[in-house]
Ligand binder design. Structure first.
Ligand code: UD1
Length: 315
């Protein structure tokens, strides 16, 4: 199946890689992005493609239906405020974008007869479960407004599946990393540590750094997300997308320093972050059974490519 895909968050980190891959697979793609955190340059390649159209728009906009007049086959909904930290500082805005925005996109999907809705949710929905690796049946426990917003959005997706037959595929992304991840105090830890290392700034570890994460490379995430979109069937799917090993944040800081041998950065500790999850690694059993997918990019290989990418942008 190809057809018309709408990608929200198209100029963002994961969204822009998804757009590139959908175009390669023969989809016509309409990309939506407010460009508040997304970068138009992430779409440089896509914008040369005849089957790509870009709209700069907020996903909460009431103008979406005017912009999207034709039938849509599939919606990949990635646009979100993705920062736990920002959600503790500005929960109202996070709710607007992550919850109202999802509902608005579900309405677009319903009004334009989209058969499928692929939603990028988060491992944050699990909080701190007792059993690791975390399986999809684990109860939900929001430790931050960000996690609460993702749970609410998941529930709206499911309700539209029941009511309107828009079968949702809900991916719970664990920690995604790779080229094009923005660098700011609200972005992913790998992009922060690499940029600090390359700029000879202190590498800022929150708390003692014993918290762990399982990182998954963006190419793997995109591959699985497209497989999820292509999957036929009328059952809603909830699938983890996690790396297969975990690493502590302190260990990560040391590893990144090794990959930037010229760096004079030192590792410093700050207060632990409010609403932080302690340990996070997902079971990939269901995802591999349903999609026949397992992550292919080794963590160190992904890290090396990511360091090279930031290095080339800074030089
Ligand atoms: C991340 C994603 C979130 C995703 C979730 C899924 C980002 C910004 N967040 O949240 O969208 O849904 O994974 O699991 O991509 N840390 C430091 N120093 C720093 C920055 C972070 O020590 O300068 C620590 C944090 O306190 C945390 C860990 O690194 O313990 C990971 O933080 P972060 O990259 O922000 O990701 P999550 O909060 O896990």
């Amino acid at each position: 199946m190809s057809g018309t895909a709408v990608v929200t968050g198209a100029a963002g980190f994961v969204g822009s890689h998804l757009v590139d891959n959908l175009l390669k697979e023969g989809f016509s793609v309409i990309g939506l992005d407010s460009l508040k955190t997304g970068q138009r340059t992430n779409l440089d390649e896509a914008l040369t493609h005849d089957n790509f159209r870009f709209e700069e728009v907020d996903i909460c906009s009431k103008d979406l239906l005017k912009m999207l007049k034709d039938p849509i086959d599939i919606v990949f909904h990635l646009a979100a405020i993705s920062s736990v930290k920002l959600s503790t500082e500005n929960p109202i805005e996070v709710n607007r974008v992550n919850v109202d925005g999802t509902l608005n996109m579900l309405e677009v999907a319903r009004r334009r007869n989209a058969g499928r809705f692929v939603f990028s949710s988060s491992a944050a929905v699990y909080g701190n479960p007792e059993v690791l690796p975390i399986s999809e049946g684990t109860s939900l426990n929001p430790l931050s407004p960000y996690a609460a917003s993702k749970i609410a959005a998941e529930m709206y997706c499911r309700s539209y599946g029941h009511l309107h037959g828009i079968t949702p595929t809900i991916f719970r992304y664990f920690n995604v990393f790779g080229p094009r991840q923005e660098y700011s105090e609200y972005s992913g830890v790998i992009s922060i540590f690499i940029n600090q290392g390359l700029k000879n700034l202190d590498i800022t570890v929150d708390g003692d750094g014993s918290q762990t994460r399982s990182f998954i490379y963006v190419d793997d995430v995109v591959k699985a997300t497209i497989l999820g979109g292509r999957k036929n069937g009328s059952n809603e799917l909830v699938l983890n997308l996690s790396g297969t090993d975990s690493i502590s944040i302190l260990e990560l800081a040391k590893r990144i320093k090794e990959y930037i041998p010229e760096s004079t950065s030192t590792i410093v500790h700050r207060n632990a972050r409010e609403g932080d999850v302690k340990d996070s690694i997902g079971s990939m059993e269901r995802t591999s059974a349903v999609l026949g997918f397992s992550p292919a990019v080794h963590f160190n290989t992904g890290l090396e490519s990511t360091v090279s990418w930031y290095r080339s942008r800074l030089s």
